[in-house]
Design a protein around this ligand. Structure first.
Ligand code: F6P
Length: 341
């Protein structure tokens, strides 16, 4: 059997561990494995080449993806789906493993409905893929946020400042909530929870009155804060998502806090630092378990499924249940975080 593997969407640490796992399990079954370059772009353009034992060696700890990644949507441009079909046939691919977030897995589901033998593996630092408790890359990203909060804490304390830390998270606040909880944030603003600038400033002032002359505020890039001048974002990606890099909610929030409270405020935008470096132990093991399971699913002829983590088990879940959905942050976690404000 010939198995193609691709990584779509934003890169995260742990992808290489997953690719290695897919290849190693496939080799064990006696299959060949092909690298589809830069997500679905490689399938459209026929940028496909064999993966060897050598090419997947020594990559378990390396961030990024040896396959390259892109946010290419084959359903966007006329003719691209047909190009994908032609290349699948030309390269003789009997199965595809698509590793990615909701967009990549949504395309996988559409391909599955067209009869393409495909399985999915969930990865995204946002942790917002439906039907899985964890996605590859989230644990590493949130550990980076926790570490950053530990670091800004000392400066905030020494200089009696407010420090706003802007983290990624367009529609879901997993990174903000869990990172903020672990890093001892004094206020967390995920996209799912309505908040206002008055509320934030009152909290900062209350802490000052209690003798806590600093505050760490964690805000998701996609958060909506009542009373903050909104900045329209024009740039849209191929899946219709707004690119939020120019929204600058963190810097605007810091400026507004300083203006209203008179407390010196600074902002740190963690940005792509959250997607870099080596994967944590958790992400490596998750990636390896999911990679092995995905190939086992192919072996069982279980196409149209995703290898999901449920509790401590890796289970096959229908892509139909995953496509087009976003898993929002567990509000119970947010309530726990609020206990420590
Ligand atoms: O999709 C994951 C993500 O990290 C989002 O949280 C973020 O909004 C986006 O990617 C950034 O995309 P890019 O790397 O293309 O700027």
């Amino acid at each position: 059997m010939r198995i193609g593997v691709l990584t779509g969407g934003g890169d995260v640490p742990g992808l290489n561990a997953a690719i290695r796992a897919v290849a190693r399990r496939a080799f064990e079954y006696g299959h060949e494995v092909f690298a589809i370059k830069d997500g679905y772009r490689g399938l459209i353009e026929g940028d496909v080449e064999p993966l060897t034992g050598e090419s997947i060696s020594g990559i378990i700890h390396v961030g990024g993806t040896i396959l390259g990644a892109s946010r290419t949507n084959p359903f966007k441009k006329e003719g691209d789906v047909e190009r994908c079909m032609k290349n699948i046939e030309e390269f003789g691919l009997d199965a595809i493993v698509a590793i990615g977030g909701d967009d990549t897995l949504g395309v996988a589901y559409k391909f599955h409905k067209m009869g393409i033998p495909i399985v999915g593996i969930p990865k995204t630092m946002d942790n917002d893929v439906a039907e899985t408790d964890y996605c590859i890359g989230f644990d590493t990203a949130v550990s980076i946020v926790t570490d950053a909060l530990d670091k800004v804490h000392t400066t905030a304390c020494s200089h009696h400042r407010v420090i706003v830390v802007e983290v990624m998270g367009r529609d879901a606040g997993w990174v903000a909530t869990i990172g903020g909880l672990a890093g001892g944030a004094d206020f967390i603003i995920p996209p799912e929870v309505p908040s206002s600038i008055d509320e934030v400033c009152e909290h900062v002032e209350r802490r000052w009155e209690e003798g806590k002359r600093f505050s760490i505020i964690v805000v998701s890039e996609g958060a909506q804060i009542e009373g903050i001048p909104s900045r329209e974002v024009e740039e849209i990606d191929e899946f219709g998502h707004k690119r939020l890099k120019k929204r600058e909610i963190g810097p605007i929030l810091a400026e507004e806090i300083e203006k209203r409270t008179g407390r010196t405020s600074r902002c740190v935008v963690l940005g792509h630092l959250q997607r870099g470096g080596s994967p944590t132990t958790f992400d490596r093991v998750l990636a390896m378990r999911m990679g092995v399971r995905a190939v086992d699913m192919i072996e069982e002829g279980k196409f149209g499924y995703m290898a999901a983590l449920r509790g401590n088990e890796i289970l096959p879940i229908e892509l139909e249940k995953v496509a087009g959905k976003t898993r929002q942050v567990d509000l119970e976690l947010y309530r726990v975080a609020k206990v420590f404000y």
